[in-house]
Design a protein. Sequence first.
Lengths: 264, 281
Amino acid sequence: MALELELVSPFDIAKDFVLSVQEYTLLSLQSLGNFFRRPLYMADMLQQADLIGFGSLPIVVLTGLSVGALLALNSASTLQRFGGITLIGQLVSIGMVTELGPLITGLMVAGRNASGMASELGSMIVTEQIDAMRALGTDPSKKLVTPRVGATAFMLFFLTIIADLLGLAGGWAVAHFLFGLDTNQYWTSAWQILVFRDVFTGLIKPVLFGFIIATIGCYYGMSTRGGTQGVGRSTTQAVVASSVLILVTDFFVTKLIFAVLGVR
Amino acid sequence: MSAPTLPLDQPAPKPGEPSGFAIGFENVCIAFDEKVVLDGVSFRLPHGETKALFGIAGSGKSILLKLAMGLLRPDSGRIWMLGEEVTRMSEEELFALRRRVGIVFQESALFDSLKVWENVAFRLVEEHVPDNEIESRVREVLRFVELERTYDMLPSELSGGMRRRVAIARAIITQPEVLLYDSPTAGLDPVTSNTIVELIMKQRDVYKTSALMVTHRLQDAFTMATHEFDRKSNQMATIPKGQRCEVPLSFLILRDGKVIFDGDAHELATSRDEYIREYIS
């Protein structure tokens, strides 16, 4: 079978990109606006919170522990060379709370839930279930998008706290059992190094990441075209786009907080 | 061509006009990319009448139903539904109008993660109807489509015909003023098709609901033209030949995006248009 390649003009690609950004922005704004419009689907929001929050707990626990332990393990040898092994608690604490905790949790939840949302809503699109919902007089944006956005932002906040804590615990396990650091010394230094700016940075990020994960997942799901193949494409695109956007947002949020609250 | 003239000489129904038509299309055009699907479609559906829509695959029949519901916007032209101009309404305003209309999609479009009763009760739950009333109304409407035993089942556990009947139950639970059926008997065996035609007839004759029915099966429409629902025997009965003109059923045929026929069964049967004659033969 001959493979036919169709050349698309750069102008059309740019136009499609701008249109996608516009549609994504509208969906995001609408999902936020729906919090102030009736009906607010609280039962759906709780169900999503359960699916996203408790469902993601095992991977968040495992990655939190592993990242904390790896951070301690990789930095310990360098610190030991300069006689600064006692600083390991500070290093793990700052690293986990300000950066790695929110980032790793965000990426894990993006992989698990942005794909889930895109495939679920995408399947509903191709089987006309979204049209049926609109025909039954229900706004899919209120019923499907807003509960997912609210639940992801809310649950990612708490999942990140859990990941931070377990990261610190993983770091302690390495520092204590492999390098013989005193438990009290580790936890005191880890606690004392943290200032308001660190905690604020570490807790504002998951809310933004949660918003990105849910809106990107829902956007790709709701814009699915082309049957089951289209659902697969949307799922992949949702994971890639949300992961990239999380990394980019992370950089700019950190830069903004540095600019506003000052560098440590 | 001998297709009867369209009733366009009648004034268009004004928004809010109670005596207006159930559905009105005026010069509606829609195209996707370069392909023109509907090109100047105009027709009226009077209250209480069922209009059967015919046309070859891809002639825009399903698009026409979605346009009537405001699920799609036409490129030009005007559409009225129950006295409201759909083409001028915002999505938010359309949600309120759609609650007065029921639609049965071609592939049923049941919510696959919800049980049968949850699918049927969807609108009632949205309207915060008390739980006990929801249960009784769902059971009543499932009894109407003879599927009460599927109450707790998932759509994936049902056959194609059963899913179609559940979709009908979901559409009629709030007793809408207009019903839109998208190929309700497509791909079904003759017995199941007959059951569904009987349900549509029951809705027409018992509840006097206006309806637009897209179909490929001419025999379904002719059954509806020659039968009526008998409440006493709870099944359809043949109408004597002399009384068939009283049946509130009309036919509309689409070809190349245009309406080529809009009239009753008698006019269709006596049409001299070659395409129509070939279509009905």
